[in-house]
Design a protein around this ligand. Structure first.
Ligand code: ISL
Ligand code: CA
Length: 545
């Protein structure tokens, strides 16, 4: 059987409103993306993941869909979408679209019908419950803060929402919901897309008993009854069977779980192709021990037919360069290149987040008026309701706010970064006049140039994406692994520590290895006496026949 395309692809996440504005209204769109496809080709990525672009009131930037088969006018028209797909395919890209199957917007016609009366045929498409002793049905909390139940005056029941109250959870126990969603998936597959990124796919089912969730010692609610429920795999298998009928269609599921055993249930034969594992890349500050432990767990748990995912930033996470940063730009760049090398050469499917290739830094809202994210704004309102001052509330909101990594892509040193001629919908990221594609193309040792070289190297060497992988060992804060494919072997050494290490003793690689990549300018090219300087990343490759 031919190896599926996604096993060798480098994916690139495009956050729709922030990539490129083609019509000058300050919001990214399809025309803008089309104008940057040559740039993406130059970078070398192959898979494009687009965040939701469907009709939406955008309470949660499109993760609240009001019509699954209409393009939101902010992003263009269906003609613009078709043009994008054609232009992307012409350049050899594969496109995956982000689909939110767990919930719809309150403005979706299905929900409007559902809420119109208790006897409406679509009532059961959502999760409605009677009040219990005049109050909410149980203690389930929303992931954005506050309770997950909203009372509907006109019909006297509560509806369930795992996220914002404008994002209503569908009832996946109802077979009509499944059928409707399969039709939606078929619609986009017919349009020529190559797969789906499935939002919060482990949330599709909630416990039918609606028991209260427990709390941990710190008073945090444990989501025991509202995700990863019995029967969830049947629902996922049903949609996977439907999608996989199409040649080469790829499915990546977003699963938020710290438990690798839970995670690994969702992918494999008849299920999702891969799932996002947040545990590797989402640490708040950098810890080599934690990184090493997570890589080991990934090795142990993933069965041979399972492929992990590798990512360190996304539209829900602060950027890793800021998160792991210490204010020293030179070290931050070195560490970003280390992370890049790990993402692109360890075992797994890499997902690069737009802007990470130029070292874009996090944005922090200075006033509440600058804040856009519903999670941040909800935290602000809850803090005020709890008697906090507006200053304290802003501080607490910023801790939750996901705007940090959602600022406009920085193409040039211009006022709005070459993203738009008009004021963008969200503030510009820090230092955008310095950190931009144009400037980084001119600097030979920029993060951008490093990514470009790394991606090209990976494309030339199957050992770096396929075949054998062994997490060898750690020496101090250095990570070592070997990769092997027919006719070639690679050794990757990543020094996440500040100490210089002499490494040659005891390290073995077949053939005559040559230095294929380093994040230092001058590196000794003799494997026999090889030394790893602070924060150095190197890739040695040798031909073995
Ligand atoms: O559930 C979590 C942890 O167990 C969360 O981290 C959750 O996985 C995450 O918030 C889900 O994100 C996705 O769905 C949201 C949307 O706001 C995000 O942007 C999206 O990536 C609701 O659709
Ligand atoms: Ca626009």
């Amino acid at each position: 059987m031919e190896t599926p395309w996604w096993k060798s692809a480098v994916f690139y996440e495009i956050y729709m409103p922030s990539f490129c504005d083609g019509n000058g209204d300050g919001i990214g769109d399809f025309a803008g993306i089309v104008s940057k496809l040559d740039e993406l080709q130059e970078l070398g990525v192959e898979g494009l993941w687009l965040t939701p672009f469907y009709l939406s009131p955008k309470v949660d930037n499109g993760y609240d869909i009001a019509d699954y088969t209409t393009i939101d006018p902010d992003y263009g028209t269906m003609v613009d979408f078709d043009t994008f797909i054609r232009e992307a395919h012409d350049r050899g890209f594969k496109v995956i679209v982000d689909l939110v199957l767990n919930h719809t917007s309150v403005e979706h016609p299905w929900f409007k019908e559902s809420r119109s009366s208790q006897t409406n045929p679509k009532r059961d498409w959502y999760i409605w419950k009677d009040p219990v002793e005049g109050d909410v049905p149980n203690n389930w909390e929303s992931f954005f803060g506050g309770l997950a139940w909203e009372y509907d005056e006109s019909t006297g029941q509560y509806y369930y929402h795992a996220f914002a109250k404008e994002q209503v959870d569908l009832n996946w126990a109802n077979p009509d919901v499944r059928t409707a969603m399969k039709e939606v998936m078929g619609f986009w597959l017919d349009k020529g897309i190559n797969g789906f990124r499935l939002d919060v796919i482990n949330f599709l089912k909630v416990s039918g008993e609606f028991l209260d969730n427990p709390y941990d010692a710190a008073g945090e609610q444990q989501h025991v009854h509202d995700k990863d429920q019995a029967g969830i795999l049947d629902a996922i298998a049903e949609i996977c069977a439907y999608v996989h009928e199409r040649e080469g269609a790829f499915m990546v599921g977003e699963i938020g779980s710290e438990d690798m055993d839970v995670l690994s249930r969702y992918s494999g034969k008849g299920l999702l192709d891969v799932v996002f594992n947040f545990n590797l890349g989402s640490q708040e500050t950098f810890s080599f021990d934690r990184l090493y432990t997570e890589l080991q767990k990934m090795e142990e748990v993933h069965a041979s037919d399972q492929v992990p995912t590798l990512f360190f930033s996304s539209h829900d996470m602060p950027r890793h360069i800021s998160r792991f940063g210490d204010g020293n730009p030179e070290l931050e760049e070195k560490r970003a290149k280390l992370i890049a090398t790990l993402m692109l050469t360890a075992k797994g499917v890499p997902f690069l987040y737009y802007g990470d290739e130029i070292g874009m830094r996090d944005f922090v809202a200075e006033t509440i008026e600058d804040m856009r994210d519903v999670q941040g704004l909800t935290a602000y309102q809850l803090a005020l309701a709890n008697g906090k001052s507006s200053e304290e509330a802003l501080h607490m909101a910023n801790a939750k706010c996901r705007d940090k990594s959602r600022t406009p892509m920085q193409w040039t040193e211009e006022k709005f970064g070459g993203f738009s001629d008009a004021e963008p919908w969200i503030g510009m990221g820090p230092q955008h006049r310095l950190l931009n594609v144009r400037a980084e193309k001119q600097r030979p040792d920029s993060i951008y140039q490093f990514y470009r070289k790394l991606i090209a190297l990976r494309r030339r060497h199957p050992a770096l994406y396929g075949g054998y992988y062994a997490l060898m060992e750690r020496r101090e804060d250095t990570l070592l692994y070997v990769r092997r494919a027919a006719g070639e072997e690679a050794l990757v050494a990543l020094n996440f520590g500040a100490k210089t290490l002499a490494l040659s003793s005891g390290l073995r690689i077949a053939g005559n290895p040559y230095l294929a990549l380093s994040n230092y300018r001058e590196t000794a090219e003799d494997f026999g006496s090889f030394i790893l300087r602070p924060y150095e990343a190197v890739v040695w490759i040798s031909e073995t026949n």
